[in-house]
Ligand binder design. Structure first.
Ligand code: BG6
Ligand code: MG
Length: 212
């Protein structure tokens, strides 16, 4: 029985995945590493530290710990700068109506994101109050594809994973949801269609009454 919906944030709720791509492309190019959309697929849902590690692997490059940490800061500064004007018009299709409908039916809502900027973004979007629980990159030891972020979410909601659906746009996120025993709903990224239990082009296609 469906009791909760747990959403990834970047790429499921809001368009920020593109901002991450632009910021990482800038970082990669500054290191002389080519970085295109197909490379970015490997980074979706992946923590900030692991993302930079993957970029360095891509370019077969080694840098000092100092430079590594500086790049993490400059990437995040550039990224945060690029999302200063974020607002409700940046919500992906169907988000607001799904949150409202689920709430009205007594279904609990949560966020399970790898981002350390999750609360900042939720406040910009003015949707923070819909969620009983927000688990973000600050509260997780093992990032996606490990299921910790979603398991912590279900635990905080007092529910078993089998009663929760997880909405994800990333390969790492679908893997995390499935490893945790959740129903994994893939959204808006054809690359994850085969791995997801259910696939939606966008959230307008989700019918709460089908599962509640
Ligand atoms: C995930 C994004 O939600 O958060 C990744 O899909 C991003 O692209 C990761 O790297 C970490 O985000 P942040 O905001 O903490 O750098
Ligand atoms: Mg995502």
């Amino acid at each position: 029985m469906l009791k909760a919906l747990i959403f990834d944030l970047d790429g499921v709720i809001v368009t920020t995945e593109h901002n991450h791509f632009i910021a990482w492309k800038r970082t990669a190019n500054s290191l002389g590493i080519d970085f295109e959309e197909e490379h970015n697929e490997l980074l979706k849902g992946v923590s900030r530290v692991d993302s930079l590690k993957k970029i360095l692997e891509l370019g077969a490059k080694t840098i000092s710990t100092e430079e590594f940490n500086e790049l993490l800061i400059s990437k995040n500064d550039f990224y945060v700068d690029s999302i200063q004007d974020l607002n409700q018009t940046d919500l992906l299709p169907g988000v607001l109506s799904l949150l409202q409908e689920a709430k009205s039916k007594g279904i609990k809502l949560g966020i399970g994101s790898s981002s350390k900027n999750a609360n900042f973004i939720l406040d910009k979007l003015a949707i923070r109050s819909y969620f009983e629980v927000v688990i973000d990159g600050n509260g997780v030891k093992d990032p996606k594809p490990h299921p910790e972020v979603f398991l912590n979410g279900a635990k905080a909601l007092g529910l078993s994973p089998k009663d929760c659906m997880v909405f994800e746009d990333a390969t790492s996120g679908i893997a995390a949801a499935k490893a945790g025993g959740f129903t994994a709903v893939g959204v808006g990224n054809p690359n994850i269609k085969a791995q997801a239990d259910i696939y939606l082009n966008d959230l307008t296609e989700f019918r709460v009454e089908q599962y509640a």
